[in-house]
Design a protein around this ligand. Sequence first.
Ligand code: NAI
Length: 310
Amino acid sequence: TKVTIIGATGRVGQYAALSISRIPYIREIQLYGRDGSQSLLDGITRDLIDSFAATGTASVVRWSCDLADMKGSDVVIITAGVARKPNQDRLDLAHENAKIVADLSKQVQMFAPESMIMMVTNPVDIMTSVALRYSGKKPHQVFGLGTHLDSMRLKSLIASFFQVHVSEVHTRIIGEHGESMVPLWSATTIGGIQISNLPSFGNLPIDDIMGKVRSSGQQIIASKGATVWGPGDAIATIIKTLLGNENRILTLSAYVKSEVHNIGDVCIGVPARINKDGVFPVSIRLDPLEVHAFQRSVERIRGLTNQILK
Ligand code: NAI
């Protein structure tokens, strides 16, 4: 099993490499960096090898500045691009990063036609559509980190409010990885119990919690420069689910066909079944308020995506 990371000298790419190396059946990790980053790539690789030795990890890691070395990859993860600066909207980045992602996606299709693409670069929903278009791959082979991490942030805030173990909480945020994200209270359970059936549900400060989820990334960027461990481990969870053929349902950015309620024809955060064949959105019934909010999020992302792709 081979995973390539494009953008491996970046903060998210480096930590994703470490986190992915802990997945037992990942044999080969290929790090790609641009010409000029040879010394940095060499250092990252040596440091990883030391970490493998310390933890008894059997993975092999290699680095290269030649994209042809991604040949034979099962998944290519793209974290390359310009990172969001403090107070910068994710959408300001779109034009700049779309050029980088379009070019890389064509090269992935050229050198690793069988591989899937996992998009991390922001704005991730739009970049997932760019990768889908320019790679020419099938929709189930191209997906983005999407609202998985947002869902995890909500999960941990709910667990802490109700003072339960985080594994007892199941929840999802769908839509844009950004302002218009939509929490699905209708799909939120604690210990298998629908959250709205809990007597204390009325005490949950929903607006406050969603404010925290929405600003979490920006706050981390403002204080330590970048979000790293959250996204890196979220990436590794998704890769493990995919290559381990686990059939888990996680909330990723994936292409949704145009369906009812004018929702679709764009890549956006939705619950999706993930296995070795790829990523397959799962249709679910939502509350009317959730449908409305999701429609707005889809329209926003579809409008921006169309501007970028035209
Ligand atoms: P970084 O600045 O540390 O790393 C960016 C990497 O991209 C560097 O290795 C750089 O050399 C490379 N790069 C830049 N232009 C390139 C090009 N034309 N071709 C190839 N490589 C190129 O940024 P960081 O913090 O690692 O973030 C990476 C991306 O991931 C950003 O777009 C960031 O917004 C996004 N991100 C997305 C998250 C999500 O939930 N979807 C979470 C965290 C980060």
